[in-house]
Design a protein around this ligand. Structure first.
Ligand code: ADP
Ligand code: ZN
Length: 217
């Protein structure tokens, strides 16, 4: 069993949070909560929440804190989070960190570790703009660095691969800018609380994963 199991993954878009979160979740059973995935699903499903989130997500901006906070609050209270969770993409602003603290207090949970994935803009933009994702299972590929065996088709499930609209160069740049302005202050916040673990987001995921696992054990 893991010693640290209530986790936040922090870092710029394209640093590998989602990829490592999927592996860790598959291998250990921690529940992976990606706020970006939730918003994309809600938008696709045309729900009330999806309608509210749409304009922010498509422009690369942030969905308002309160909306995200409510969503995450009810998600964390579900049974499947009892044995641990990986929050991927939340909190993303200082007010969200405050909301998060209150949510945890309310449901009687404690944050064990914040894993910060560090990578340079150069690498991030290259990764984001070449990223392709399986429509069916959500697995990520990269046209340059980790292409699928067959063009446009997922190795894992045979699903169709697509590019996220917000992975265009222009919107990816905007998302990075939003990250530095709104999200990067959380690094110092959690470092100050002694909760931060920094990992190299540029190295191969097969190297990052065992390092992380050891830090959690
Ligand atoms: P990224 O690859 O940028 O990490 P995500 O899939 O995590 O992308 O998020 C996609 C979009 O969903 C964000 O650009 C933002 O519009 C919205 N979003 C996700 N999480 C949050 C959050 N915690 N607060 C506000 N908006 C969010
Ligand atoms: Zn797939």
């Amino acid at each position: 069993m893991l010693k640290k199991k209530n986790l936040v993954f922090l870092g710029p878009p394209g640093a590998g949070k989602g990829t490592i979160a999927r592996i860790l979740s598959d291998e250990t059973g921690l529940t992976h909560i990606s706020t970006g995935d939730i918003f994309r699903a809600e938008i696709k499903g045309g729900t009330e929440l999806g309608k509210k989130a749409q304009e922010y997500v498509s422009s690369g901006g942030l969905v308002p804190d309160e909306l995200v906070g409510d969503m995450v609050g009810s998600r964390l209270a579900k049974d499947d989070c009892a044995d641990g969770f990986i929050l991927d993409g939340f909190p993303r602003t200082l007010p969200q960190a405050e909301i998060f603290k209150n949510v945890l207090d309310k449901i009687g949970k404690k944050l064990d570790l914040v894993v910060y994935f560090k990578a340079s803009d150069d690498v991030l933009l290259k990764r984001l703009t070449a990223r392709i994702i399986c429509k069916q299972c959500g697995l990520n590929f990269n046209k340059l660095f980790s292409p699928p065996k067959k063009d446009g088709v997922c190795d894992e499930c045979g699903g169709e691969l697509y590019q996220r609209a917000d992975d265009s160069l222009e919107t990816a740049k905007d998302r990075l800018e939003v990250y530095y302005k709104e999200t990067s202050p959380l690094i110092d916040l959690y470092r100050g609380e002694g909760l931060l673990l920094e990992v190299d987001g540029e190295q191969d995921k097969m190297k990052t994963y065992p390092e992380l696992l050891e830090a959690l054990s």
